[in-house]
Design a binder for this molecule. Structure first.
Ligand code: FA5
Length: 347
């Protein structure tokens, strides 16, 4: 067979193979086999030296023509096979951008933090400063400066966790009173502060008691402060927290650091005072302890009780939250169950 005839049949055979394949790897194989260094076309071109000078340009031209033709055909086939592969991939991996996205879970501040910040805002609005105290306190500030000397029987009301004889974790936020009073400069005006924070007691946990809970201490000292100021202040706070229709009542009580002392009740949020299971059929719910600051407490902090008077209160925000949301067990606040906590979304 002449060289031209060989090339002609190679061309025909290769064109058939190109159109028969639908696989890119196989197409590449055809290219290497036909046009590669060891392929038949290179072979023909190499054998040209044995041809007569007349034949050489004719065969050479023909071989080049076939090589160019096959190169172009392989390239065309490659482009169309790639387009098919791309279309198949697009069809398979279709993404519906109109489907709803995956929701990102947003946490919220703890319900007790929300309540405490709300109470802070009410008092900030009345010109109070917010003071932070220490959770680890000394016996001196927690008890003695609150008019509870060592061996005072009223210490039993607040049994606690001692770290040493003199160091304990505080049983109430009242030590912040003494720490703030002794630093206050009365030439700059009245002392008005609240102090929220954690407190600890050796109480047995039940539906309304936890060994760790929160308090918000309040203290106002100036000339001519009376029980009327205390009552008015608490009334404003309660109405803001529980609604305008709420009333409060003051009952005589005893705290060593206030004289006189009161327990403050709020009219029941559920029955409005009629009596129900929430208020134990009394129409009232106890929410805080308060009173006029005892002259001994003022004196121990270097304040003259003949010139200055003041009131103080200690409020339990855990109980406020229970009343506000109708939570019937205080322990829910401390068990970190998201099914419970995530109900309080905050504003
Ligand atoms: C005191 O702790 C006083 N320091 C409050 C005070 C301050 C009186 C300033 C006068 C002047 P009491 O022990 O009653 O008082 O606690 C105050 C409030 O804390 C209670 O009304 C209640 O709301 C809350 N409380 C007390 N014990 C617990 C407990 N174990 N778990 C949850 N809340 C409690």
């Amino acid at each position: 067979m002449s060289l031209q005839a060989q090339l002609e049949s190679l061309k025909k055979e290769t064109l058939e193979k190109i159109s028969a394949t639908d696989d890119l790897a196989q197409l590449n194989q055809i290219r290497v086999e036909t046009l590669g260094k060891k392929g038949p076309i290179t072979e023909v071109l190499r054998g040209m030296k044995d041809l007569s000078p007349e034949e050489r340009p004719i065969v050479g031209g023909f071989a080049n023509e076939i090589r160019d033709l096959l190169t172009a055909e392989i390239e065309n086939r490659k482009v169309s096979l790639e387009a098919v592969a791309l279309n198949n991939a697009l069809a398979k991996e279709t993404l519906d951008v109109t489907l709803p996205g995956t929701k990102v879970y947003h946490g919220t501040r703890h319900v007790l933090t929300q309540i405490m910040e709300e109470i802070e805002d009410i008092f900030i609005g009345m010109g109070y400063q917010v003071v932070e105290g220490f959770e680890v306190e000394s016996d001196h500030y927690n008890f003695e400066r609150m008019n509870l000397p060592k061996d005072h029987p009223a210490r039993d009301m607040q049994d606690t966790f001692y770290i040493s004889d003199e160091i304990l974790i505080r049983t109430h936020t009242s030590p912040v009173q003494a720490r703030t009073m002794e630093k206050h400069d009365f030439s700059k005006g009245a002392l008005r502060m609240i102090s929220p924070g954690k407190v600890f007691r050796r109480d047995t946990d039940d539906a309304t008691h936890s060994h760790q809970f929160h308090q918000i201490e309040g203290l106002v000292i100036d000339k001519n402060i009376t029980m009327g100021d205390l009552k008015g202040t608490l009334e404003v706070m309660m109405k803001k927290m529980f609604g305008e229709e709420r009333n409060i009542r003051l009952r005589p009580s005893y705290f060593p650091f206030t004289e006189p002392s009161v327990e403050v009740d709020v009219s029941c949020f559920k029955c409005g005072g009629e009596g129900c299971n929430v208020c134990k059929h009394t129409g009232w719910i106890e929410i805080l302890g308060a009173g006029m600051v005892h002259p001994n407490v003022l004196e121990m902090s270097g304040i003259d009780p003949e010139v200055y008077t003041g009131f103080a209160f200690g409020l339990g925000p855990d109980r406020v939250a229970m009343l506000r949301y109708g939570v019937n067990d205080i322990r829910n606040f401390y068990q970190n169950d998201l099914r419970f906590l995530s109900q309080f979304k905050g504003e």
